[in-house]
Design a protein around this ligand. Structure first.
Ligand SMILES: Nc1ncnc2c1ncn2[C@@H]1O[C@H](COP(=O)(O)OP(=O)(O)OP(=O)(O)O)[C@@H](O)[C@H]1O
Ligand SMILES: [Mg+2]
Length: 264
């Protein structure tokens, strides 16, 4: 049994098939980067791992158990657009993540539990390089700092899986390079499983241990929604040759989907 088993999933919204015949096995600790043309179903796939969307057919299991139909502490998520509470400081936002975990409505922590959550939040701020920004409100943080906070928030519950949906897509290239080092160091320190969607193929190759390309293999020009995308490339990284890189880049670039800043 693999850590995560994706068993022939299909996803359909009304009559539109978005994903079809997606199967894969994922071991603990893998860092999977995901690329594909816009609208091919990458975010939908990530949401199925999160538990906010469900396969129309097939199943996804973690440690042999189907992903529950709601987000859980074992899965953290960071979207491109950052998602913390504007009226709380960075530190308070992180403590709140723990309170929600205990009880979504009445979760306020008191006494030693609150102190412990505060210490954990401070440690998490340090992990993402925000140790001096705990008292700042989100609007007082730069875009890169806001994404660091969103990553810290996703890690507060010590998830086994970290889901990243183009988390650096809105950041400047220089800041992105810093974020790459950050995410690699987090992955090494925590051994969390990462699934990361990116529009930057180069980023996908640089960060991941394994790259998935989502694409349609069947097309009907009369009925563009009749068929969904599947995993067309599933390649271990670190041993990728130039020809494979070029083939993937071409298969994506003719649809104008991937931004590659430099060639391999
Ligand atoms: N809740 C929904 N109801 C109906 N259709 C949806 C829903 N969510 C997504 N879709 C459709 O499913 C398809 C895939 O969307 P998705 O957001 O997964 O694509 P994506 O690969 O993440 O695209 P992008 O790269 O632009 O972010 C799109 O055609 C989208 O309109
Ligand atoms: Mg998306």
């Amino acid at each position: 049994m693999s850590f995560i088993d994706i068993n022939n999933i299909w996803k359909q919204f009304e009559t539109a098939v978005v994903l079809e015949r997606v199967s894969a096995k994922v071991d603990a600790g893998e860092f999977i980067t995901i690329v594909g043309t816009s609208g091919c179903g990458k975010t939908t796939f990530l949401k199925m791992l999160l538990g906010t969307e469900f396969p129309s057919r097939g199943s996804i299991t973690m440690n042999g158990i189907p992903i529950p139909p709601e987000p859980g502490a074992d899965r953290g998520v960071v979207f491109q657009k950052y998602s913390v509470f504007p009226h709380l400081t960075a530190l308070q936002n992180l403590i709140l993540a723990r309170e929600f975990e205990r009880a979504p409505l009445l979760g306020k922590l008191f006494g030693s539990a609150r102190r412990e959550a505060g210490e954990q939040a401070q440690a998490m701020l340090a992990l993402v390089g925000l140790e001096n920004a705990g008292d700042r409100y989100p609007q007082q943080l730069s875009g890169g700092m806001q994404q660091r906070l969103a990553i810290a928030q996703a890690l507060m519950k010590q998830p086994k899986v970290l889901l990243l949906d183009e988390p650096f897509g809105a950041l400047d290239p220089g800041i992105r390079a810093d974020m790459h080092q950050l995410i690699l160091s987090i992955w090494q320190k925590t051994q969390v499983n990462i699934f990361m969607i990116t529009h930057d193929l180069k980023e996908g190759f640089y960060l991941g241990t394994r790259l998935w390309v989502f694409d349609k293999v069947r097309h009907d020009p009369q009925a563009p929604d009749a068929y969904g995308a599947t995993i067309t490339y599933d390649i271990p990284l670190g041993h990728t040759d130039r020809a494979t890189y070029k083939a993937i880049n071409q298969s994506l670039q003719h649809k104008d989907a991937i931004v590659t800043r430099t060639s391999a």
